[in-house]
Design a protein around this ligand. Structure first.
Ligand code: ATP
Length: 356
């Protein structure tokens, strides 16, 4: 049985329904991300799980128990917010001890637990400091320790890394995941950052407009998006617009050139226009991946990003981006250079019609 279940969960503010009947089953120990654009309802759903927001209808169960009508402090949940939300006038140790004191734990137990938590977040020596004496990343680790000190059944994190700079974000991602794995705690992580969701999650729940658009592993979400929204929201996507020349063989015209698709054409018939999607890494210049499709084009733009060089190629009215690795001893290609872009039929995603 799932550890956390949401059943037909809805939320209406005034006359506006924000969450439209969400069903979700999270397994014990699982790390699930809610990923979606601003305003899609991630935080509202998380706040309903935490008990800060009352659902308009539906049920929330934790470990088999209906908690829908319980107050936040009765749900045994640990929460980390975007802003560090540490008590500024308390030491780090007192911040971590806060929930334990509320729960009237003995001072010996509190001391032991605070020490364990500081070790868990790899900051064993900062207990006597105040939050302002820590970096943003350290403060967020303390916020994590505070949330975990009470040994909650579920950990909820609401964009915990978005206030931090890029390098710290990446190292903290790994740390949060390592701590979560070590404790085996069931976790929901809200983010609008696809890379964060892809790199951290067991499964990603892609949300759009108050609904779950797709639920799957990062591999499934990225490689097999089931809707146009998921395909374009997660990862960079090239869209090619073409015309079906022969629906039986999957032959398509891209401007004045031809390619073949291996997948279903989404019910399109000969003569229809169709949008195809290709990830940048599915494309290569020349015949490096031995794919069956070749399109001749011209380099429109070259973006040197360091380890990766992103190249934009134009074929008639279509433009695609592809990534090549930087090679220090060979100069990247130049704008205006003619190239052949190569890709396999299997890498093409056929998006729903009509063409974008
Ligand atoms: P973000 O990434 O920007 O935080 P989100 O996906 O977390 O977005 P929510 O904060 O859950 O989205 O908001 C979803 C919708 O519900 C928005 O349209 C928001 O304006 C609305 N909403 C949220 N809280 C309230 C409230 N207390 N009263 C009225 N409307 C609200």
């Amino acid at each position: 049985m799932a550890f956390l279940t949401l059943e037909s969960l809805t939320k209406t503010f005034g006359n506006q329904t924000t969450i439209h009947g969400i069903d979700l089953a999270v397994e014990r120990g699982e790390f699930i991300s809610f990923l979606g654009p601003s305003g899609c309802g991630k935080t509202t759903t998380l706040r309903m799980i935490a008990g800060f927001e009352t659902p308009t209808s539906g049920t929330i169960k934790i470990d088999g128990k209906d908690v829908t009508d319980l107050r936040p402090n009765q749900r045994n949940i640990g929460m980390v917010f975007q802003a560090y939300a540490l008590f500024p006038n308390m030491t780090v140790a007192d911040n971590i001890a806060f929930g334990l004191k509320v729960a009237k734990k003995s001072s010996a137990e509190i001391t032991k637990r605070v020490k364990e938590m500081l070790e868990l977040i790899k900051l064993p020596d900062v207990g006597a400091r105040y939050p302002y004496q820590l970096s943003g990343g350290q403060q967020q680790r303390v916020a994590l320790a505070r949330a975990l000190a009470i040994q909650p059944k579920i950990l909820l994190l609401d964009e915990p890394l978005s206030a931090l700079d890029a390098k710290i974000r990446i190292s903290l991602r790994e740390e949060i995941r390592a701590v979560q794995r070590a404790l085996g705690i069931t976790t929901i992580y809200v983010t609008h950052d696809q890379e964060e969701a892809l790199s951290m999650s067991d499964r990603i729940c892609v949300m759009n407009d108050g609904r779950i658009e797709q639920l799957g592993t990062p591999f499934e979400i990225y490689n097999y998006p089931t809707t146009r929204f998921v395909a374009s929201f997660v990862g960079t996507l090239n869209i090619l617009n073409g015309q079906v020349l022969d629906s039986t063989s999957g032959r398509l015209g891209i401007d004045d050139q031809e390619i073949f698709t291996a997948r279903e054409l989404g019910g399109a018939s000969t003569g229809d226009t169709l949008s195809l999607a290709l990830r940048p890494e599915a494309l290569s210049i020349g015949h490096a991946n031995g794919g069956s499709n070749n399109l001749n084009g011209t380099i429109d733009e070259v973006h040197f990003l360091g380890s990766v060089v992103r190249i934009r190629v134009r074929f008639g009215s279509n433009i695609v981006s592809l990534d090549t690795f930087n090679r220090p001893h060979s100069a990247p290609p130049e704008r205006g250079q003619p190239v052949t872009v190569n890709f396999t039929r299997e890498d093409i995603l056929v998006l729903d019609r009509p063409a974008i």
